[in-house]
Design a binder for this molecule. Structure first.
Ligand code: SF4
Length: 266
């Protein structure tokens, strides 16, 4: 198949500071099924339109011409073969800005190995320290073992984050979304990440917002309390992480997209 399904592309400001303005390309589909997914319209409901590999390459060039600091491939894994062809083609057409693999981290190790030399920046999630929660909320088996191997491979390929003139040029950033009433899960996830490498950049995310999909999970039907978020942030610093970012108290209101609109991020 020489096509990919894309829900939206454009200049996107909703990433970590050295990644913006990102040239966001939001792909349709995801191999996790998180009940709390804020992008469920595209990850689980299949919203999007088909584009050929060459059209994808042209989108990358357009984003570069529009001033993007990078090509931010959001939930790309389903389409990895086509994306590879598109990156190669876009490079022939003059693409110079870094490629960001903004995936969920629970990925096929062989796919990630196959992206070496094409991806400059990896931006995976590390959602769970407890496998039972990964199964319960995302239908993901062996989460911790899988994501750990993938993140180690990403780090091996691109190393620590390098920022040049205020923009991310290469490296790894790992995101952890704090879930409500899941303090122990966050502690465990951060502890496990520290065992991989304490010098990696961590993005501690405070943008959880309950969606209708969490109705069967009462513990997820509320926002993360600021008190709990602070405890997790303190824990992160306490175990020695010293690179990265965290989000402010009002992050929940601003970041839930609506992909049925031409400007999903408002
Ligand atoms: S991994 Fe991310 S995009 Fe995929 S279902 Fe979970 S929250 Fe949504």
């Amino acid at each position: 198949m020489n096509q990919v399904k894309i829900a939206w592309y454009g200049i996107h400001q909703g990433e970590e500071p050295p990644l913006i303005p990102a040239g966001g390309i939001f792909f349709s589909g995801c191999d996790m099924h998180c009940v709390f997914c804020q992008n469920y319209q595209i990850s689980q409901h299949g919203l999007g339109n088909f584009y050929s590999n060459e059209e994808l390459a042209d989108i990358m060039i357009k984003l570069q011409n529009d001033g993007a600091a990078n090509i931010d491939l959001v939930t790309p894994t389903t389409w990895h073969k086509q994306i590879k062809q598109a990156i190669l083609s876009a490079k022939e057409k003059g693409l110079k800005i870094p490629i960001v693999w903004n995936g969920n981290g629970y990925e096929d190790l062989e796919i990630i190995k196959s992206m070496a030399d094409l991806v400059d920046i990896y931006l995976p999630d590390f959602k769970y320290g407890k496998n039972e929660l990964a199964l319960k909320y995302s239908g993901a088996k062996n989460y911790f073992e899988t994501a750990t191997k993938v993140i180690k491979e990403m780090l091996r390929q691109v190393g620590y984050l390098k920022i040049v003139n205020g923009k991310a040029a290469r490296g790894l950033i790992v995101r952890h979304l704090v879930l409500p009433n899941c303090l122990e899960n966050s502690f465990e996830a951060l502890k496990r990440l520290a065992e991989i490498d304490i010098d990696i950049h961590i993005s501690l995310m405070n943008q959880y917002l309950p969606t209708r999909q969490v109705n069967n999970f009462p513990e997820l039907k509320e926002k993360v309390s600021q008190k709990d978020f602070q405890k997790i942030y303190d824990y992160l610093l306490g175990i020695g992480f010293h690179n990265g970012w965290t989000q402010g108290e009002n992050s929940q209101e601003n970041l839930t997209p609506d992909f049925t609109k031409s400007e999903p991020f408002g």
